[in-house]
Design a protein around this ligand. Sequence first.
Ligand SMILES: Nc1ncnc2c1ncn2[C@@H]1O[C@H](COP(=O)(O)OP(=O)(O)OP(=O)(O)O)[C@@H](O)[C@H]1O
Ligand SMILES: [Mg+2]
Length: 263
Amino acid sequence: MTRMTAEGDVRVDDVAIRFKGKDGPVTALDRTTLRLRPGTFTALIGPSGCGKSTLMNAIGGFVAPSGGAITIDGAEVTGPSAKVGVIFQQYALFPWFTALGNVRFALRRFGLPRAQEIERAHAALAEVGLGAHAGKFPQQLSGGMKQRVAIARTFACGPKVLLMDEPFGALDAQTRLGMHDLLMGVWQKHRATVLFVTHDVDEALLLADDVHVMSQAPGRLIRQYHLPQPRPRAFNRSGSELLDIREEILGLLRPEGVLAAIH
Ligand SMILES: Nc1ncnc2c1ncn2[C@@H]1O[C@H](COP(=O)(O)OP(=O)(O)OP(=O)(O)O)[C@@H](O)[C@H]1O
Ligand SMILES: [Mg+2]
């Protein structure tokens, strides 16, 4: 069942981010304005080093903007919040906990009675198809399975906003396709507002409601697409429109394409 929510409204208002470099300040993100509508899935795509992770880290409250403001549901982001879940490319599981232990660790902040915490952790693992692997340690799990534990752990905490930084970048193509189906299923059930960073144009087009393309460093948003096509999507079934957009984005990501879009 789909649960619609008006929570998870993310606004990035004229945000720029500069870091101290050894030869002076480095602009990691040029002035950027962006809205993530509640419950929608937004993909962010752009060349390496353009500031995708920096933007995501700012929304997560791990990096402070040098200018502008970020709000979630009207409240300015000043640090990490329980409302926001984060999934990185590297699995970031505790090796000394089992799959179940990793999910339980994340649930600790709720102070649930032990039996309830265990039940909720089992339910989260079952949701990602890992019901039979709850007792395994990360080193006994494949890359895809580890990332499924990370997804279970994050959704178990009921985030309103979910930030995913190339979460499937380390997986082979076949596993990645399975992860897309799985993520869509879990997301459509829980409906967090998702920001998904990827290098893979096809991944963005198959998953997202909105796709934002960034320029080369210092990055800024240069093109936005709204994709109303129903899911599950496929390039052959969804008609030529997705293919046209794919060509356009690939053109934008070529260095000369980025220049043309800016000037
Ligand atoms: N903590 C930091 N201190 C100094 N410079 C940083 C810091 N974090 C990022 N940068 C710089 O900011 C720029 C943007 O980095 P960022 O990691 O956001 O890029 P990205 O788009 O995520 O790249 P990739 O696709 O390779 O992951 C880069 O030039 C990077 O070197
Ligand atoms: Mg990055």
